[in-house]
Write a protein that binds this ligand. Structure first.
Ligand SMILES: Nc1ncnc2c1ncn2[C@@H]1O[C@H](COP(=O)(O)OP(=O)(O)OP(=O)(O)O)[C@@H](O)[C@H]1O
Length: 253
């Protein structure tokens, strides 16, 4: 996936806001990339552009050789799980298949297999309000995987969870996406989460959102499970380095 000189301005009746300016980077196939930055720097806007939901004012975004659009095969996992409360877990995880017109015995079996791999086989006939927050996010992960997307977009998917659940789910998501060799882009406020999960971290500066720096996470951290990565002796050095850069942004904005 490639972003080339992407800028986006929001126009309201009162004012024009340049939310993003000259954003250029690429994400390699199978790479896990995080976008980090202070509130209002344009992270969600950037993710919406990558998803094809917003069209950049200038520049372009391509996946393979094609410009990304809202119909590109991209999966989402968001802070809220957005499961439909009146549908069973099975109906929720197969809904995307039905919408895309690819629902069949084979694709349904694959979705149920994911549910089983993520430890929720016995929950398929329950409704979302009968599950814990962590389980619901696992269902959201299954729903995303069921349509076999080319790329996964994760917008703060762990931030509403308690700390223990969050750490466990980070490992599960990381392991699953790596096993499937999926390309993933994560938006987060959390420096430690970005380091623990990613191959690279893009730090945005605010007003307008620009690339401040792209950090390469050393392999011994990037390739380890997030929980193990957090225990690594050089993890804290990475944290301090990115923390200082974020602090410098806060003091200049
Ligand atoms: N629909 C909109 N109309 C006008 N301005 C907008 C709109 N959405 C976002 N903005 C502005 O664009 C800028 C970037 O917003 P965005 O939500 O992308 O930032 P963010 O980094 O995701 O913030 P946060 O971390 O707080 O969620 C902000 O100045 C915001 O006020």
């Amino acid at each position: 996936m490639q972003l080339q000189d992407v800028s986006l301005g929001y126009l309201t009746k009162r004012e024009a806001t340049l939310a993003l300016e000259s954003i250029t980077f690429s994400v390699e196939d199978g790479e896990f990339l995080s976008i980090l930055g202070p509130s209002g720097c344009g992270k969600t806007t950037l993710l919406s552009i990558i998803a094809g939901l917003l069209t950049p004012t200038t520049g372009n975004v391509t996946l393979g050789n094609q410009t990304i659009t809202a119909t590109s095969n991209i999966g989402y996992m968001l802070q809220q799980d957005y499961l439909f409360p009146w549908r069973t877990i099975e109906d929720n995880i197969t809904l995307g298949l039905k919408i895309k017109g690819v629902y069949s015995e084979t694709t349904k079996a694959a979705a149920l297999n994911w549910l089983s791999q993520l430890g929720l086989a016995d929950k398929k006939d329950l409704f979302p309000n009968q599950l814990s927050g962590g389980m619901r996010q696992r269902v959201a992960l299954v729903r995303m995987l069921a349509t076999n997307p080319s790329m996964m977009l994760l917008d703060e998917p762990f931030s509403a969870l308690d700390y223990q659940t969050k750490l466990k789910l980070e490992d599960l998501v990381f392991q699953t996406l790596k096993k499937e060799k999926k390309t993933a882009v994560l938006v987060t406020h959390d420096i430690a989460e970005a380091i623990a999960m990613s191959d690279r971290v893009v730090l945005l500066s605010p007003r307008p959102g620009r690339i401040h720096h792209i950090f390469d996470i050393p392999n011994d951290i990037a390739k380890a499970l997030p929980f193990e990565a957090r225990q690594h002796k050089s993890f804290n050095d990475q944290f301090q380095m990115i923390w200082k850069e974020m602090e410098s942004l806060a003091s200049t904005s």
